[in-house]
Design a protein around this ligand. Structure first.
Ligand SMILES: Nc1ncnc2c1ncn2[C@@H]1O[C@H](COP(=O)(O)OP(=O)(O)OP(=O)(O)O)[C@@H](O)[C@H]1O
Ligand SMILES: [Mg+2]
Length: 387
């Protein structure tokens, strides 16, 4: 007699969720997984990754190594990622062998390389800034007429690395030599983001639009406000664009769509991330369902949760102070925590470096003006230093 093998559900004993990457995003996924009593296995190359002592099992291994990713994936029922720089061929093979890999390998492949990602938007009629592909520094120089533009490396850039603004011919000497693209500089009013979840069953839910403030030189998020202070029409338009990207990719899981709102009221997609995102950290405290729980619901085939905001919120990234490297110390934590509606979240990194993401602070308030003053107070009070 042949026995039908049904795949384990998240609530069957022995079910294992695998996460590739053991950073802060993985750590917050574990935090949400605990509520559902999920068994979590994590792989990261860093023996001291933030998930190291929180996962049920931690494997030290390279996310770019075919054999290591494949071997890890064979031991779990559902495999997900918290960073897109992983060996996609291994994920593809795991999927062929019956492992549920979400987001799907082909989606990660499209997003992983900014060149492929941008071409995808162009082909699908998704509004995005004009760009040209460049294979090396000489190709960048040939497109001097395209400046001012942002040069972005195809692969391996994140948190502002591998992205730089080239204003004019005088900047050509600093062009990256690797394959990438040149994207027209956008004169934006605001940067906004929408996080979308699409479940195994195809259900879609979006979080309210947030507005992001970036560090002027380092190109990484300094703080955000949620929901964004834009007209309901623009919010609807941004949400529709984010949904269109989600449906075009056919992703199962979470997709964060970063967009520019131009001074002419146009919305252009900057880039997307197929995982929980910095622009959704406030949802842990400020929304009925956090982006992390929503991600689990999406990839585990569960009903999606209520994404509504309970309150106005801001999120301030705790970045390592410039000029400090070494064992971390959080200066002003007591004063910060004395402010009502202020909730720090530390990632468990022992060593700070300039601009390293060490944690975040969520700030809630039912009044936008006092929310803004609390953001200023937190930013001037709390410092990530070393000692
Ligand atoms: N075409 C552009 N015009 C104006 N500003 C841009 C442009 N492209 C990027 N930037 C600025 O640089 C930031 C980082 O760019 P991008 O999102 O492409 O890089 P990233 O390194 O993948 O970012 P992260 O990992 O922090 O999301 C943007 O959020 C924006 O502030
Ligand atoms: Mg970005």
């Amino acid at each position: 007699m042949t026995q039908k093998i049904t795949p384990k559900t998240p609530f069957d004993s022995g079910f294992k969720l695998g996460i590739l990457g053991g950073g802060q995003l993985g750590r917050m996924l574990i935090q949400a997984a605990i509520d559902l009593n999920l068994y979590v296995k994590v792989m990261d190359s860093d023996a001291n990754a933030p998930c190291r002592y929180l996962a049920h099992e931690f494997i030290q291994g390279s996310l770019m190594d075919f054999a290591e990713v494949h071997a890890f994936g064979k031991t779990v029922d559902v495999l997900t990622i918290e960073i897109e720089h992983v060996n996609v061929d291994a994920l593809q093979q795991l999927q062929d062998e019956g492992v549920r890999v979400y987001p799907q390998p082909e989606v990660i492949r499209t997003i992983q390389d900014k060149r492929v990602q941008k071409q995808f938007y162009r082909e699908r009629g998704i509004p995005t800034a004009d760009f040209v592909l460049t294979d090396n520094a000489a190709a960048v120089a040939r497109h001097v007429g395209f400046l001012p533009a942002f040069q972005k490396l195809g692969k391996a850039g994140y948190d502002g690395r591998g992205v730089q603004c080239l204003d004019s011919a005088a900047d050509l000497h600093k062009a990256f030599p690797e394959p990438g693209l040149l994207e027209k500089s956008v004169d934006f009013e605001k940067e906004i983001s929408v996080i979308v979840a699409r479940s195994v069953m195809g259900a879609i839910e979006t979080f309210p639009v947030v507005e992001l403030v970036f560090h002027p030189e380092k190109n990484l998020v300094e703080y955000l406000f949620a929901p964004a202070t834009i007209t309901p029409q623009l919010a609807q338009q941004a949400t529709n664009i984010a949904k269109k990207v989600t449906e075009s990719l056919g992703i199962i899981g979470l997709l964060a769509v970063e967009m520019f709102l131009t001074k002419d009221g146009e919305i252009l997609v900057n880039e997307s991330a197929p995982r929980p995102h910095n622009s959704g950290h406030h949802t842990i405290k400020a929304n009925y369902t956090s982006q992390f729980e929503q991600s689990l619901r999406a990839i585990l085939g569960l009903p999606l949760g209520d994404t509504r905001a309970k309150t106005w919120a801001a999120m301030v990234n705790l970045l390592g102070e410039d000029g400090y490297a070494g064992n971390v110390h959080y200066e002003g934590m007591e004063e910060t925590m004395a402010i009502p509606g202020v909730y720090p979240h530390l990632y468990g990194k022992t060593v700070t470096r300039p601009f390293r993401k060490m944690g975040h602070v969520t700030i809630t308030d039912d009044n936008m003006d006092s929310l803004r003053s609390k953001v200023a107070l937190v930013r001037s009070t709390l410092k990530v230093v070393s000692r």
